[in-house]
Design a protein around this ligand. Structure first.
Ligand SMILES: CC(C)(COP(=O)(O)OP(=O)(O)OC[C@H]1O[C@@H](n2cnc3c(N)ncnc32)[C@H](O)[C@@H]1OP(=O)(O)O)[C@@H](O)C(=O)NCCC(=O)NCCS
Length: 179
């Protein structure tokens, strides 16, 4: 995975009806560790990381890079959205395209927050890099992720076996140019 390309970063915090999307900050460190150490969050992502290891390794201020959004509810982080260019992707259909990823704390699931936040991130993306499609890969067994992909307008490109499970690769068409 590598750079998004020439985008202005960071954007002003993006407010949705209930949430705010912004750059990661030092105050998010504990929640990043909760996300990465959660077995529930990593059921379809190859398993969680060791909490002790994360406590030692995670920098004081979480890494910042264009396309990495923290999602905040009432002033506290509930999830992360990642838009990254998949240069090293093993699927030719995804190579070079921007890939959407999302991780939310289990206590935040089931409220439509992920859908609301991802729609805002994709709107930002359409403004920042107009005319670019976005891809998304998830295990097809990850029902929550599959439903979210559908709600966001991703349609199936292909299914393939990798990392010991069936994967679903979807694509969201490029937004029509403004005007
Ligand atoms: C994938 C993931 C982000 C989905 O989270 P989620 O909360 O289920 O997703 P949504 O924001 O779309 O919310 C969906 C549910 O909220 C419900 N909901 C409740 N109130 C709502 C509201 N006001 N507006 C919209 N939906 C609402 C919806 O009915 C919906 O349930 P349904 O899909 O059964 O109909 C979450 O499961 C997760 O973080 N998983 C672990 C990480 C992961 O696997 N990431 C994928 C990597 S590719």
């Amino acid at each position: 995975m590598s750079d998004l390309g020439p985008v202005a970063w960071p954007p002003e915090p993006i407010a949705t009806e209930r949430l705010v999307l912004r750059e990661p900050a030092a105050r998010d460190r504990a929640t990043f560790i909760d996300l990465l150490a959660s077995p529930e969050v990593h059921t379809y992502l190859g398993g969680p990381r060791e909490r002790e290891e994360l406590e030692l390794e995670m920098p004081r201020a979480p890494e910042r890079w264009p396309g990495s959004f923290v999602v905040e509810l009432d002033g506290a982080m509930i999830g992360q959205i990642l838009l990254r260019r998949a240069t090293d992707d093993r699927r030719p259909a995804a190579a070079g395209k921007v890939d959407l990823g999302f991780l939310f704390l289990p206590e935040a699931w089931g409220n439509g927050y992920a859908a609301e936040a991802c729609a805002a991130a994709l709107d930002w993306f359409d403004g920042a890099l107009p005319g670019e499609p976005v891809v998304l890969t998830t295990q097809s067994a990850n029902v929550g992720s599959m439903r979210l992909a559908e709600k966001l307008g991703f349609t199936e490109v292909e299914r393939f076996e990798a990392w010991g499970a069936e994967q679903w690769l979807g694509q969201r068409p490029a937004a029509a140019p403004a005007g």
